[in-house]
Design a protein around this ligand. Structure first.
Ligand code: NAD
Ligand code: UFG
Length: 344
């Protein structure tokens, strides 16, 4: 039997598509809305092939209130919105701050206003561990203070969290919301039918590794080998995108069943384990058997030394735990890259 209708904004994107798969496999009715600014319609066939179900899809720009409102009116029977839609390139956001504020904040305001108008009760938001900056102690808990953002992209996540908290407080719809602070999502669906599709030169480590291994890039540059870490390279909490996607379904069910402890809640989504850049490279080489061409260069501006999550709250309250190992993450990312490039 079909469950509630859920609107997934940005559902053609990397994390949204994996979440749409998990929702469909849990029998939710899924409506994806995306303007395809950083994704492609072909993702929809990947989702359909994996699940055997076709999600509804509407192509529209959520910064356009005149188009957003009729869309929400049409889907006013939806019980929740999972809001992935955003621009996410940290470097680009420093060059084009207005674009980032307009897109990420403008779309959020339109979506929340439409939810109030159509009385849609539950909201889940894609936040980021970037809100913590370099925390004073690790693993970082949800109670750690939010630090001044190092980019306009980071600012949009901080502002969005405040906007959602204040909106939920009014007692109007959406009546309950959860912000999920992702650490470093990597990997792809085990079917290799959906995965990350970076446009142009990737900014992030994992797609840069797989593209280098595939021969698209000549060499991976490791940013900094003078950090105060065991091997001198920076540490992050890498989490498999399928583990992350699964957490969204659990968070959704928490809201639908009224199991939330407060109208607005925040959870870290990570594995709780930090890995250095070199450890990720070694995992990739081990799990795939492919040797990677890399060299060291200066630190990247704005990067923190070490960041990994305390997952205690998500474990206890959501009953969720990331399950995949780093080797499974790096191997699935490679299988996806190979499929994209028709490599053996
Ligand atoms: P993505 O770019 O693959 O997906 C975002 C989707 O939103 C894209 O399909 C894009 O076309 C769509 N979109 C953007 N602006 C839109 C608009 N105005 N109207 C309609 N659709 C719009 O990114 P992702 O990696 O899947 O990230 C999803 C969310 O998670 C984003 O909010 C991102 O900021 C957040 N996040 C991502 C990471 C990460 O490392 N990938 C880390 C922390 C948080
Ligand atoms: N790195 C390299 N070479 C590269 C790319 C990355 O050495 O070519 C290093 C970075 O310096 C960093 C690590 O690999 O130490 C991870 O870098 P990513 O760019 O993959 O990820 P970040 O931790 O910098 O940022 C990611 C997302 C942001 C999000 C943040 C939250 O890109 O959107 O996680 O922690 F805000």
């Amino acid at each position: 039997m079909k469950k509630e209708k859920i609107i997934v904004t940005g559902g053609a994107g990397y994390i949204g598509a994996h979440t749409a798969v998990e929702l469909l496999q849990s029998d939710y009715e899924v409506v994806i809305v995306d303007n395809l600014v950083n994704s492609s319609k072909s993702v929809l066939s990947g989702i359909a092939e994996i699940t055997g179900k076709q999600p509804a899809f509407e192509e529209l720009d959520l910064t356009h209130a005149g188009k957003t409102n009729p869309f929400f009116h049409k889907h006013r029977d939806a019980k929740a919105v999972i809001h992935f839609a955003a621009l996410k390139a940290v470097g680009e956001s420093t060059r084009l701050p207005i674009l980032y504020y307009k897109n990420n904040i403008g779309s959020l305001l339109n979506v929340m206003e439409a939810m109030k108008e159509e009385q849609i009760p539950h909201f889940i938001f894609s936040s980021s561990a970037t809100v913590y900056g370099q925390p004073e102690s690790l693993p970082v808990t949800e109670l750690a203070p939010v630090q001044p953002a190092s980019s306009p992209y980071g600012s949009t996540k901080q502002m969005a969290e405040v906007i959602i908290r204040d909106t939920v407080k009014t007692g109007n719809q959406p009546a309950s919301a959860i912000s999920l602070r992702y650490f470093n999502p990597i990997g792809a669906h085990p079917s290799a039918l959906i995965g990350e599709l970076p446009s142009g030169v990737p900014n992030n480590l994992m797609p840069f590794i797989t593209q280098t291994a595939a021969g698209v890039r000549k060499e991976l540059k490791v940013f900094g080998r003078d950090y105060q870490t065991s091997d001198g390279t920076a540490i992050r909490d890498y989490i498999h995108v399928t583990d992350l996607a699964r957490a969204h379904v659990i968070a959704l069910e928490r809201l639908l069943k009224g199991k939330n402890q407060a109208a607005y809640e925040v959870f870290n989504l990570g594995t709780g384990k930090g890995f250095s850049v070199l450890e990720v490279i070694h995992s990739f080489e081990k799990s795939t058997g492919v040797k990677l061409n890399y060299s060291f260069t200066d630190r990247r501006r704005g990067d923190v030394e070490s960041l990994y999550a305390s997952t205690e709250l998500a474990n206890k309250e959501l009953g969720w735990k990331a399950e995949c190992t780093l080797d499974e993450m790096t191997l699935s990312a490679w299988n996806w890259e190979k499929k994209l490039r028709n490599l053996q």
